[in-house]
Design a protein around this ligand. Structure first.
Ligand code: BES
Ligand code: ZN
Length: 463
């Protein structure tokens, strides 16, 4: 039997143990955004450092001013192929609204669907604990069967991805030498569908802002003042409404300046995909694409910029009713970016437009959140070709080169700060409800994900 088949058989024979280990990690409540779970975040980091060390990738928990990083290396002489750095994140999103979960988010379980499919249900089952463990388990199998890894390898795990990665840049800066390798591997994206593998070749960037409009200097009785006093919620609603026109285009000055048309070859590739707009939107109870009217839904989520309102509040929102004209109205707004759009240019254009629309007796404040450019993978990169080949061998289908609507800011940091390209291979599905109640990961994603990484590692090690 070939060596690769021996390793793959080992993966199959040990799947139960792999699941037990994943479940141990899923039980740790590593919610990075909530200070109450600071200790749990450290616990997850320690669990992973122990796990990696025990499989033969000596690793340490490394402190930052926020949640710790985990860094491990396994290197040796005379290996062909790139020195790879694997990145994943061990933190998870908060669980609320908790009442919508069918079981405890931190008590992982296998649920069998009516169609017989099995899924792992827990917070982090996909994003990103299930995904990162596919790689860890692949390394384990490799080392247990062959006694070594065929590539030099560095593992780098962070615990603040879901809360804006405040410690990431300082950490990369301080450890540039140690972390700059030939190629980064990231397992935090999806497949095309349950049976078709994918490599994500485009990620959108993002810029986010909180805006606060102040009208009267205190909350007012809407009977005494209503009519004469300007209501900041109305002002904010009008400002926000002006951000998009009836065709779904964003109206900020210069917004589309750095948005390229899709190259024809990518357009052709995507046109061939068996994508149903009705199914995609039907799956979330909707019918019609709401973005730019002259673009397909797939183009809207993969290759076009957006403006989304992520939250809006002000006035009285509690039980019952209160006739109030509030002093302040708030909104959180984010723009997904593509191509060469510059987050700071978009931020400035947004602020300018909002200020221009603010009546003279009101004021506007802005609070800056993150900003990152979009990312694109070089289609001719040799690692991309090797990745496609390895995935095809596992899944028996051609690998789809996908766009990804989400953002993974670390990919930009790797390129900018460490001059390192990234290969984005993941096994999640759109329906996995990441960040939402009842997050899940297909058992096949986990099992064949491990097998896929074994094959990718083997392929890359051919040099
Ligand atoms: N894993 C996701 C991003 C993702 C999901 C990319 C699916 C491609 C396909 C990641 O953990 C995430 O949620 N990122 C945030 C980043 C933001 C907070 C800067 C996002 O996209 O909203
Ligand atoms: Zn996430």
């Amino acid at each position: 039997m070939s060596q690769i088949d021996q390793i793959l058989n080992h993966v199959d024979a040990n799947l139960e143990n792999s699941l037990t280990r994943l479940f141990d990690l899923l039980r740790i409540k590593s919610i990075s955004t909530d200070p109450e779970f600071k200790g749990d975040c450290r616990k997850a980091a320690e669990w992973l450092a122990n796990e990696l060390t025990s499989i033969g990738v000596p690793s340490q928990v490394r402190d930052t001013t926020g949640h710790p990083m985990v860094v491990g290396h396994r290197t040796g002489e005379g290996k062909a192929g790139p020195h790879v750095l694997f990145y994943g994140h061990y933190d998870v999103q908060p669980v609320d609204p908790i009442e919508l979960w069918h079981s405890d988010p931190f008590d992982p379980r296998i649920v069998t669907r009516e169609d017989g499919g099995k899924m792992i249900v827990a917070r982090g089952a996909n994003d990103d604990k299930g995904q990162l463990m596919t790689f860890v388990e692949a390394m384990r199998a490799y080392i247990e069967v062959t006694g070594d890894m065929p590539l030099n390898i560095t593992v780098f795990l962070e615990g603040e991805e879901e809360s804006g990665s405040p410690s990431l840049e300082p950490f990369l800066d301080a450890n540039k030498q140690e972390l700059s390798k030939d190629l980064a591997l990231v397992c935090d994206t999806g497949m095309w569908n349950r049976t078709t593998p994918a490599i994500t070749v485009m990620l959108r960037g993002m810029v986010s802002e909180e805006i606060v409009v102040t009208g009267p200097d205190k909350d007012l009785h809407s009977g005494f003042f209503g009519g004469a006093a300007r209501n900041p919620i109305h002002v904010l609603a009008k400002m926000i409404d002006s951000l998009r026109d009836d065709m779904g285009r964003i109206t900020l000055d210069g917004f589309y300046d750095d948005v390229p048309e899709l190259p024809q070859d990518v357009k052709d590739m995507w046109a061939e995909l068996d994508f149903s707009q009705e199914e995609f939107l039907g799956g979330v109870g909707l019918k019609m694409p709401a973005g730019e009217q002259d673009r397909s839904a797939l183009e809207q989520v993969w290759a076009r910029p957006t403006c989304e309102l992520n939250g809006i509040w002000g006035g009285y929102t509690g039980a019952g009713f209160k006739t109030v004209i509030p002093s302040k109205a708030h909104a959180k707004i984010s723009f997904r970016l593509v191509g060469d759009q510059d987050p700071e240019k978009i931020r400035a254009s947004f602020r300018k437009k909002m200020l221009a629309l603010c009546p003279p007796d009101c004021s506007v404040e802005f609070h800056e959140h993150g900003g990152d450019r979009a990312q694109r993978v070089d289609f001719t990169a040799p690692a991309l070709e090797k990745g496609c080949k390895a995935l095809e061998a596992e899944w028996g289908k051609e690998t789809v080169l996908m766009g990804g609507g989400g953002s993974i800011p670390v990919v930009g940091n790797f390129k900018r700060d460490l001059n390192m390209d990234t290969l984005l291979i993941g096994f999640g599905l759109d329906e996995d409800q990441i960040h939402s109640p009842n997050e899940k990961y297909e058992l096949t994603s986990f099992h064949k994900g491990i097998r896929s990484w074994v094959r990718v590692i083997a392929e890359l090690s051919k040099g």
